[in-house]
Design a protein. Structure first.
Length: 364
């Protein structure tokens, strides 16, 4: 019992020790990790420990507080730790490779952990692929078809060299779409697509936002596609903005929507009936895009959101002479051209949308 308590205290001391990196999960960066891999010598959070548990060949996990730790394991943890592991297993992570956080979907976190410890993709001995090569890929993905009824297998070709992504249907020799890497974006949308490997690809064509919803049965394959898109985007950005510092380029490679969800909107005269629409807020492009349904290929419209000093504002009341039947919370988005009126389901959603819109208005 004395050993148990003493060793637990030593372990918790190690977890808090300055200059070790042990106070954050070695894989997703979550603070105060309560678990550890005694085979790799790293401190990890509960969620990442679940992934490690499925890799018994390379990792073995224990709870810092609930399990008994032998003295030799404590010594092993002391000689290793998170910064040591980072230097070894993340020696050559390419700048375009997406490093997931705790809030990211399971497949991203799973493949990051497997890439590091199982496949050794970022060890010092590996040769780094240049972004142009890494941003070229060919293969089949399941794509949601017209009418959102079913997924169909489609051939996709990504070429950082040509600056395009294309996809083909079975019958056609010509591509169904040629997408410029300039406007290409990709984000994991597991819940929306209803598949644990669901990826949403967005792009602009004729000034309009278009969506492709895809997945692959294999987790590694879909994450490889995602990072290939990121490599192609990185190559494009480095070519177009050669003098922009890397720290500014990397957040612009791909992005998630700042907020998504249903609201009701009325037309430009503000006398039309309110209709339910699915809204996506793209804070990087400063656009509030809306669709009839979450899985629609084409946007119905979008609202540009400028800065406060340009006359943009968000209010929680109605414009004069506008009347709403429903006693529900409202948002008025004021732009120099017109006022857009939205109805939210409840106060919480109204507050979330107002906060998200205000963040865009106040960002430079």
């Amino acid at each position: 019992a004395m050993d148990y308590e003493r060793n637990k205290a030593l372990l918790l001391e190690l977890q808090r020790a300055a200059g070790t990196g042990n106070d954050r999960c070695a894989d997703c960066g979550d603070p105060n990790p309560e678990w550890a891999s005694y085979k790799l010598g790293i401190f990890i959070c509960l969620n990442c420990s679940g992934i490690h548990r499925n890799l018994p060949e390379i990792s073995r996990v224990k709870s810092l507080r609930l399990d008994f730790w032998e003295s030799n394991l404590i010594e092993f943890m002391r000689n290793h730790g998170n910064l040591w592991a980072k230097a070894k297993y993340e020696a050559k992570v390419p700048p375009y490779y997406y490093i997931p956080k705790s809030r990211d979907c399971m497949v991203l976190r799973q493949q990051w952990i497997r890439a590091k410890y199982e496949r050794g993709e970022f060890l010092d001995t590996q040769v780094c692929q240049d972004p142009c090569t890494a941003g070229s890929r060919e293969g089949c993905l399941w794509k949601l078809g017209k009418g959102r009824r079913q997924f169909q297998k489609r051939q996709f070709v990504l070429s950082a060299w040509e600056g395009v992504m294309k996809y083909y249907s079975k019958e056609s020799k010509d591509p169904k779409a040629v997408i410029s890497i300039e406007t290409l974006n990709a984000m994991f949308q597991v819940e929306k697509i209803g598949h644990s490997h669901g990826l949403q690809i967005t792009y602009i064509t004729d000034g309009q936002t278009r969506n492709l919803f895809v997945y692959h049965e294999d987790g590694k394959e879909i994450v490889d596609w995602f990072n290939a898109i990121r490599a192609a985007r990185y190559h494009y950005l480095k070519t177009v903005f050669p003098n922009v510092p890397e720290a500014e380029l990397i957040p612009r490679i791909t992005r998630n929507f700042a907020k998504e969800g249903y609201m009701e909107k009325t037309g430009p005269k503000q006398k039309e009936a309110f209709k339910v629409r699915w809204f996506c807020l793209d804070s990087q492009e400063r656009n509030l895009i809306y669709f009839k349904n979450p899985l629609d290929a084409c946007a119905q419209g979008q609202v540009f959101i400028g800065r406060r000093d340009e006359g943009y504002e968000v209010r929680d009341d109605l414009p004069q002479k506008v009347w709403v039947k429903k006693k529900k919370p409202v948002i008025t988005l004021v732009t120099p051209v017109r006022e857009f009126v939205f109805i939210c389901d409840n106060d919480r959603k109204q507050r979330e949308w107002m906060d998200a819109l205000n963040k865009v208005i106040t960002q430079l």
